[in-house]
Design a protein around this ligand. Sequence first.
Ligand code: ZN
Ligand code: ZN
Length: 246
Amino acid sequence: MRFIGDYHTHSQYSHGKGDLRENVEEGILKGLQEIGIADHGPRSFSIIPLGVKKAETLLEIKKEVDRLQGEYPGIKILCGVEANIINGEGELDVPHEVLKELDFVAAGLHLLILPPDLKTARYLIWDNRISYKCFPSRQEEIRSWNTRAVVNAVKRYNIDFITHPGYGVDIDTCELGQVCAGEGTLLEINTRHSRLEGFIRAASQTEVKFIVNSDAHSPREVGELDRGLKLIKEVGISPERVINLV
Ligand SMILES: [Zn+2]
Ligand SMILES: [Zn+2]
């Protein structure tokens, strides 16, 4: 069994280390048939911006991807985004007009974002970072808020896959998996972040399908998907449920 594509790789347009060409060339070296560029949406932020400068920058990336495609006919290059879910209503930090121009849309919850309002600062960032650890009695409520935010995003947009469910935030992936299965959205098995097995195991009880991605932040990490294969076997997910595994 092998993976035909890696659809979650970052470039210097967000906080990846390599440029698009380096990611593509590494993908070819690793024997991939397809590679996806999924830079962070514009609200990714720590002490410096981590995402694309503005949503429209994704359209520039798309143009560059199309140019590179001409140079590298041996691999299919797709341009997407890893958008941020920025509130409980499931809104993304990339508008529909931009999303519809891209080859695919990935979305996830991240705590390193510039919150658009105080409500998001409180529920997403403060509660997940501080309250979850300090006030165990609130954990269920926080988990429920996280789940609702992602479920709402899945219902509101055409999202191809949800990135690293459970990374940095507690979430009910059994409920999320059911909704994703109904909407045709995949859940990602992310080989960069560890300790997400429990979330994948819970989701595997539903009908949802999976995609395995590296979340590469430097070119050499592109196509590093072996951990995903190990996890699929451990959890007992049948290979037919993983769309980039042949
Ligand atoms: Zn992410
Ligand atoms: Zn990522």
